[in-house]
Write a protein that binds this ligand. Structure first.
Ligand code: OMP
Length: 243
């Protein structure tokens, strides 16, 4: 697959895993002009308040708010309502919460959209099996039998059944997810490591180019960019690998 520089940048979601808004702001400023997606996760969101997310939207970024909601349906519905009002482009819930919980997230989105016609509809996606989970942990610790791929595809099918638009999984599972849920069902893949990079706590990894070849829609990349001596050069070299 051939991508333009801009298309490649738009498929990269930079994970802003920072302890406060100032640190995250410095990274965002260093990437100025590169049209990548920004991902705000729980570390930054809990510290920086919703204002940080609104600020990213005002600067023109697409934003994935990664709060991985997993609670009773009524609570998730309320959470989804509040998140939609922030104007984010994408947010996630855990597929392990079940179909009713995932449907409740969509109801929360509808409720928010009905309250303000200016709001854009966010894509709601589900986390399947975390990319830090190995087969051994899945089978022996968590107690789910079978392969990681089987567990991931099952979660993806539940998300599809609930009406969600895609899932978070490792790039290793993208082809099976697309085969089970359709080519339009979005795959968002963390566990991305350029060749030779430290895997850190990730178990199921692939390089950016390999992930693209698998057909992933978006790659979530944190430390290979944020911990690099020059985050801008690190991001540019990943974009280079994709075009
Ligand atoms: O939902 C996510 O974004 C997510 C799901 C998952 O299964 N694995 C996973 O690593 N993530 C997130 O993706 C990012 C990966 O960061 P790095 O390992 O530093 O590239 C982190 O912000 C994680 O919270």
């Amino acid at each position: 697959m051939k991508l333009s520089r801009e298309e490649a940048a738009g498929r990269i979601m930079v994970a802003l895993d920072y302890p406060d808004a100032a640190a995250a702001e410095a990274l965002v400023n260093s990437l100025e002009g590169i049209p990548c997606y920004m991902k705000v996760g729980m570390q930054l969101f809990y510290a920086a308040s919703p204002g940080f997310v609104i600020g990213l939207k005002e600067r023109g970024y697409k934003v994935f708010l990664d709060l991985k909601m997993h609670d009773i349906p009524n609570t998730v519905k309320g959470g989804a309502n509040s998140i939609t009002k922030l104007g984010v482009d994408m947010f996630n819930v855990h597929a392990a919460g079940g179909v009713d919980m995932m449907k409740a997230a969509l109801e929360g989105v509808e409720q928010a959209l009905a309250s303000d016609v200016a709001l854009a509809r966010p894509l709601v996606i589900a986390v399947t099996q975390l990319t830090s989970t190995s087969k051994q942990v899945l089978n022996e610790e968590i107690g789910i039998n079978g392969s990681v791929e089987e567990a991931v595809v099952r979660y993806a099918q539940l998300a599809k059944q609930a009406g969600l638009g895609g899932v978070v999984a490792s790039p290793q599972e993208v082809q099976r997810i697309k085969a089970a849920c359709g080519a339009d069902f979005r795959t968002i893949t963390p566990g991305i490591r350029p060749a030779g990079a430290d895997p850190n706590d990730q178990s199921r990894i692939m390089t950016p180019r390999e992930a693209l070849q698998q057909g992933t829609d978006y790659m979530v990349i944190g430390r290979p960019i944020t911990a690099a001596a020059s985050p801008r050069l690190a991001l540019e070299s990943i974009i280079e690998e994709l075009i």
